[in-house]
Design a binder for this molecule. Structure first.
Ligand code: UD1
Ligand code: UDP
Length: 365
């Protein structure tokens, strides 16, 4: 009974790694697909190496494009692959185009579908990720959730509760498993940063795609750099527009290429605070106890606020919020969200093993 995992973009890799490892230990036969949605060394390949992922069995090499073109390329490639392999289960991760593309192909071929990180909702349909989440969850047979609010959202959308499994957060499994490798001083030294610094990541279309938004963003980030040194490993999406808006001109703002997973989390671990619009980074800072200022009007990850160190801020609010956080020092009152304990991959593997074990057709039984 073959299980096929679909990955494609940077945030997929740390979510898939613990699930693949736990299924491997249970002797389940599996294949790993990389759609190639992300393809740069620093956006994809470095994660395979650092996270001990197997080499992908298939790399579809779809690359970049508009939503329709990219999703269509993912679907065309996967349809052919699924027809050839006839998997018992397809596992998709998170909310990227590779996730929803794979979900639609599996559902139409009548192949069972598991969604890891189901039920998160920003209720903001201007985010492509929200559309990907809603569609994928409607199609999934097994929905693995990271926080209790997800079950409520899925219930409202008519997803039967017996499909939903609250398992915790596999991305946090990866973080906890690699904690010993996160050496902030080493990365900081290599970058020539002082002891007090902030890490920033920015790539959300709502912040970087429109020139007026990008200009406001650059102003906000520069106002933080007036207070403290910043290291900004910049996602390729925003690079040209933010550069045109003057991002690179502040001497205390170090704009660098995207970092490997181990280097990035090393830097975050040693930071005074993080400024981000990432989904995953809100969760990672929650566990590392590093104050996180999220430049978004909403979050699909509310436990990072109720339990963690996260706070939503607008671009004009950022400088004042940073000043507050820098004065307050490290977070002291946060708690770990339920089941973010490093065992989510094991729980997911238990459910999948039972599912593929019983999902044999009557002819084979
Ligand atoms: C995608 C996800 C987003 C996620 C982000 C994580 C969707 C709809 N969006 O956004 O949810 O938060 O990944 O990083 O799936 N590019 C490169 N090299 C690469 C990859 C991308 O230069 O290896 C550039 C290309 O110009 C490309 C642009 O980045 O057009 C956007 O890439 P894409 O994968 O379409 O979306 P992301 O913004 O990365
Ligand atoms: N990350 C990384 N290097 C970087 C920036 C991010 O390794 O320079 C990691 C980060 O720790 C997290 C993942 O990439 O595990 C999140 O990806 P991203 O922010 O691109 O996507 P999102 O979570 O917003 O979908």
């Amino acid at each position: 009974e073959l299980v096929v995992h679909i990955t494609g973009a940077r945030p997929n890799f740390p979510k898939a790694a613990p699930v693949i490892r736990a299924l491997e230990a249970r002797g389940v036969s599996q294949e790993l697909v990389h759609t190639g949605q992300h393809y740069d060394e620093a956006m994809a390949k470095v994660f395979f190496r650092q996270l001990g992922l197997p080499e992908p069995d298939v790399d579809l090499g779809v690359g970049s494009g508009s939503h329709a073109r990219q999703t269509a390329a993912i679907m065309t490639g996967l349809e052919e692959l699924f027809l050839d392999r006839d998997p018992a289960l397809v596992v998709v991760y998170g909310d990227v185009n590779s996730t929803v593309g794979a979900a639609m192909v599996a559902a139409k071929l009548g192949i069972a579908l598991a969604h890891v990180e189901a039920g998160l909702r920003s209720f903001d349909r201007t985010m492509p990720e929200e559309i990907n989440r809603v569609v994928t969850d409607q199609l999934a047979d097994l929905l693995f959730t990271t926080s209790p609010d997800a079950l409520v959202h899925l219930g409202h959308e008519g997803v039967p509760a017996d499909r939903v499994h609250f398992v915790g957060n596999p991305m946090i499994d990866t973080l906890l498993a690699n904690l010993d490798r996160f050496d902030g001083d080493q990365v900081r030294g290599a970058l020539g940063l002082g002891a007090e610094y902030v890490v920033a990541t920015l790539h959300r279309p709502g912040n970087v795609d429109d020139p007026a938004d990008a200009a406001e963003l650059v102003k906000a980030v520069h106002a933080v750099a007036d207070q403290v040194e910043i290291a900004l490993p910049l996602h390729p999406r925003g690079r040209a527009r933010l550069e045109a808006a003057g991002l690179f001109t502040h001497e205390r703002l170090r704009v660098i290429d995207p970092l490997g997973y181990v280097e990035f989390l090393g830097l975050v671990r040693g930071a005074r605070a993080v400024v981000t619009d990432s989904g995953g980074v809100q969760e990672e800072t929650t566990i590392l106890g590093v104050p996180c200022l999220t430049l978004r009007p909403n979050t699909e990850r509310p436990v990072t606020i109720t339990h963690g160190t996260n706070r939503l801020v607008t671009r004009p609010e950022l400088a004042a919020a940073a000043a507050e956080v820098l004065a307050a020092g490290r977070a002291t009152t946060w708690s770990v969200p339920p089941l973010w304990d490093g065992r989510a991959g094991e729980r997911i593997a238990d459910v999948i093993t039972a599912f593929v074990g019983v999902a044999v057709s009557p002819w084979e039984a």
